[in-house]
Design a protein around this ligand. Structure first.
Ligand SMILES: NC(=O)c1ccc[n+]([C@@H]2O[C@H](COP(=O)([O-])OP(=O)(O)OC[C@H]3O[C@@H](n4cnc5c(N)ncnc54)[C@H](OP(=O)(O)O)[C@@H]3O)[C@@H](O)[C@H]2O)c1
Length: 182
């Protein structure tokens, strides 16, 4: 199992506009059966972790019909409305504790850090992020929610073109002797 940050980004490194719009992304052409597309990635995902803004976007976009079957942890300090009948838990526990619970729930499958960028950064800070997958859309936004606001060294593992998207998969290069993993 591994912990992945899988996301789409503008070419200039933003994953949403400042007002949390993804219109620039959802209008792009992608082959869902093509390389590095979401359906094949999601097949190996056993648990999700996301920040509150991402959760609120999903709830708005899906009109409160939760689309994920995997157990999900939402990092927040607020008492947000939960979807009915879905395995979604709100938490402000440390990312290490949340990660341990997500790994256990995933039962050998991968953990997906859905976003935003700083949440992925918090997992990287704790030495718990293994891979970063980015689908770059052919657009620049000039400002917005940052892709991954940290200094990280990454090793490029895979590249693909999927219609409008330039897709990259990277391994997070950790310092020798890092011991934060459970
Ligand atoms: N392009 C894509 O594929 C893609 C993917 C994912 C997300 N997005 C979008 O990108 C935007 C990301 O927004 P964002 O940067 O605001 O990030 P976010 O990570 O979704 O949400 C940030 C919020 O999460 C909570 N939080 C973060 N860390 C926490 C911690 N350790 N403990 C407790 N709560 C914590 C805080 O909310 P509280 O105030 O509730 O504590 C914080 O303000 C959203 O619009 C989302 O829809 C795009």
């Amino acid at each position: 199992m591994a912990t992945h940050f899988y996301t789409a980004s503008s070419l200039d490194g933003f994953i949403a506009t400042l007002d949390h719009s993804l219109d620039w992304l959802l209008s792009q052409d992608i082959d869902l059966e093509g390389p590095m597309a979401y359906p094949s990635f999601e097949k190996n995902v056993g648990a999700l972790v996301m920040g509150a803004s991402t959760y609120e976007w999903v709830m708005r976009h899906e009109e409160r019909q939760w689309g994920y079957t995997q157990p999900t942890w939402v990092l927040t300090h607020r008492d947000l409305e939960l979807p009915t009948g879905a395995a979604v838990e709100l938490t402000s526990d440390s990312v290490s504790e949340v990660h341990a619970r997500a790994v256990a729930a995933a039962e050998g499958r991968d953990v997906w850090i859905v976003g935003g960028g700083d949440v992925a950064g918090q997992f990287a800070d704790a030495g718990l992020l293994d891979e970063v997958w980015v689908q770059y859309a052919p657009v620049t936004l000039g400002s917005g929610a940052p892709l991954l606001p940290r200094r990280l060294d990454l090793e490029l593992l895979e590249v693909a073109r999927n219609r409008s998207f330039l897709c990259g998969r990277y391994r997070v290069v950790r310092d020798e002797g890092e011991t934060n993993r459970p």
